[in-house]
Design a protein around this ligand. Structure first.
Ligand SMILES: Nc1nc2c(ncn2[C@@H]2O[C@H](COP(=O)(O)OP(=O)(O)OP(=O)(O)O)[C@@H](O)[C@H]2O)c(=O)[nH]1
Length: 457
């Protein structure tokens, strides 16, 4: 046995020939050191198919598929137990071609790969009809859990501050990740951040493979996983594009240890990218929905008073008229106008006038039912759309609004009064016609001396 302290020294020794088995220990390597990885790839390439055994710390698993791209290799996740190492070395020295196991095992691998491709397709299908992220997470977890040997799957989404939210999990072994990791407000705030594969996958931004729970170095975690028949955990960070931001992680817990081939690693990576894309899309959709909601609010709200604006008021009146007609329900409108408002502006200035307008609007809105709506139609004129309301009830409501406004103290100026016109929408009457009538009633109230209510003809 010959030891080489660096990849360069190993290359020199290999050049001398006569090496039956090359064992590469990645323990001293630094994740993210691409120069180091490149030299190691060269080492694997120079073997030309001759046996290579890579001992890989579980946090460095992402290097395995990279190295596999340069020649066949076998791996064990380190820290490797002595017996495990002896077995692997003996097997590779005796029958390198059989080190993956007898023909039956190779057939199993082929079947697993086919199943993995089927799994990839079902994940793609779920992602293709993405509507609701919770539904998607459930479908993905179920699909992943159908892979042979998988006992538990979970989908975690990245939230603000690098926190993870458990979107869904599927367990065939009774394991509850929420309980294992401790969830606060649906977020994982786990002390296992440095040892538990899905959390590690997100913080390291790399694939993590733990082929024996005890190798993570947390005896309590290992005991819990063993108690739930977990022998191996694979976790992948979710990105929608290589080197893009991480949107979350998937975790797969297996009931038995096995070695993945380069193709299997590639399949898992493709599945992760597909899910990452779906999460990115769902985040975009949420942002778009929030923006659309805000835009709709801006387009329909009067910024000074918070009441709906004229356009939204007219639309709402149209809708309510159709609804009332369809269900044979009464509908009333009340037009309110502040009396002599010009004198408030003239005496106190527009800023105080604005405050008075806001206060009157809030006073009126505060006296309405939740089913009624207040619209600011122009300047100091408002419209109340009162559903399920007859002319009689609307008159009563209008009188209440008049009295309340007249008794409301305003900030910075004297109390104001309002004049009101009331109309019940007649059968077959449209919005324009009823607005015409209620405006006529309001004008009549002004003519009668203001601070009063007038019923439309
Ligand atoms: N401060 C403020 N004033 C407004 C706003 N919109 C309209 N006005 C004012 O409201 C006043 C309306 O005046 P007029 O139409 O003569 O009505 P009025 O003085 O209330 O008299 P009557 O309605 O006949 O009782 C004008 O001075 C407008 O400038 C606003 O958003 N803020």
């Amino acid at each position: 046995m010959r030891l080489a302290g660096s990849s360069g020294a190993a290359l020199e020794q290999l050049a001398q020939g006569g090496t039956d088995l090359l064992i590469v220990d990645l323990a001293g390597c630094t994740a993210g050191d691409t120069a180091q990885l490149t030299t190691l790839c060269m080492l694997v390439r120079t073997r030309n198919g001759a046996p290579v055994l890579v001992l890989c710390p579980f946090g460095m698993t992402a290097w395995l598929p990279e190295l596999m791209g340069h020649g066949p290799l076998h791996y064990r996740i380190s820290p490797v137990i002595d017996v495990e190492l002896c077995q692997a070395v003996t097997q590779l020295l005796r029958a390198p071609d059989m080190a993956h196991g007898p023909a039956q095992q190779l057939a199993d691998k082929e079947r697993e790969l086919r199943e993995l491709l089927t799994l990839q397709r079902s994940v793609q299908r779920a992602v293709g009809k993405l509507e609701d992220v919770a539904e998607l997470a459930a479908q993905i977890c179920t699909a992943l859990c159908s892979f042979p040997g998988v006992r538990h799957t979970a989908l975690l989404q990245m939230k603000e501050g690098g926190n993870l939210r458990l979107l869904d999990q599927e367990a065939r072994n009774g394991l509850d990740l929420e309980r294992l990791l401790g969830c606060r407000d649906g977020l994982l705030a786990s002390p296992l951040r440095d040892v538990f594969p899905p959390l590690l996958a997100v913080s390291a931004g790399e694939l993590v493979l733990l082929d024996a729970p005890e190798k993570a170095g947390d005896p309590q975690l290992a005991a819990t996983l063993h108690a739930h028949d977990v022998r191996m955990v694979l976790a992948l960070p979710l990105r929608s594009e290589p080197d893009g931001p991480i949107h979350g992680a998937i975790s797969l817990m297996f009931e038995r240890q096995s070695q993945f081939s380069r193709e299997q690693f590639a399949c898992f990576a493709a599945i992760a990218q597909c899910i990452g894309f779906a999460l990115a899309m769902s985040e975009l959709k949420q942002q778009n929905d929030a923006l659309a909601g805000r835009l709709a609010q801006v387009l329909t709200t009067d910024p000074l008073t918070g009441a709906i604006n004229r356009r939204a008021g007219e639309q709402l009146l149209d809708t309510e008229i159709r609804r009332a007609r369809r269900y044979g329900l009464p509908l009333a409108v009340i037009a309110c106008n502040i009396d002599n408002f010009r004198s408030v502006n003239d005496a106190y200035g527009y800023p105080i006038g604005d405050q008075a307008l806001r206060a009157v609007s809030h006073t009126i809105a505060g006296r309405l039912r939740v089913s009624d709506r207040l619209a600011r139609m122009r300047g100091e004129e408002f419209l109340v759309i009162a559903t399920h309301t007859t002319a009689r009830d609307a008159l009563r409501l209008a009188e209440k609004l008049r009295a309340t406004v007249a008794g409301t103290e305003l900030p910075g100026c004297e109390t104001v009064t309002i004049s009101l016109g009331v109309a019940q929408v007649a059968p077959n009457e449209d919005a324009v016609a009823v607005m015409d009538r209620v405006d006529g009633a309001l004008r009549q109230a002004k003519r009668r001396g203001r601070n009063c209510v007038e019923l439309a003809q």
